[in-house]
Design a protein around this ligand. Structure first.
Ligand code: ZN
Length: 111
């Protein structure tokens, strides 16, 4: 069993709603798990597709970006400090850093 990062509820690894991967020193990887309730509370409950990049990503009304990989959502948002968060998006194989606020302005719109 694994634990939700926020509420500590225990579930099977496959039953969580959102995942995160943090590279650690010496090539180790720390995985994070978040249940659906906590995801909606912490990351927002409305998601908008980010178009024009190689990855399949969505951005929330709270400024979190998740990537859909192998039918799972991965939180790929990097928090630099209180006012700056960013993600790395790939376009035509080229990785680029994108700040969250302009992405929200561009994609968080009701269609
Ligand atoms: Zn939770």
């Amino acid at each position: 069993m694994e634990q939700c990062t926020f509420c500590k509820i225990e579930k099977l690894e496959d039953d969580f709603y959102m995942y995160s991967i943090h590279p650690m020193t010496k090539g180790r990887i720390q995985k994070g798990y978040v249940c659906k309730q906590c995801s909606e509370r912490m990351y927002g409950d409305k998601w908008y597709p980010i178009t024009g990049y190689d990855q399949k990503c969505e951005i929330s009304n709270r400024g979190t970006v998740r990537e859909l990989k192998e039918n799972k959502y991965f939180n790929i948002t990097h928090i630099q400090n209180a006012s700056t968060s960013y993600v790395r998006l790939t376009k035509n194989g080229k990785s680029m850093r994108k700040n969250i606020l302009p992405l929200m302005k561009r994609f968080c719109t009701e269609k």
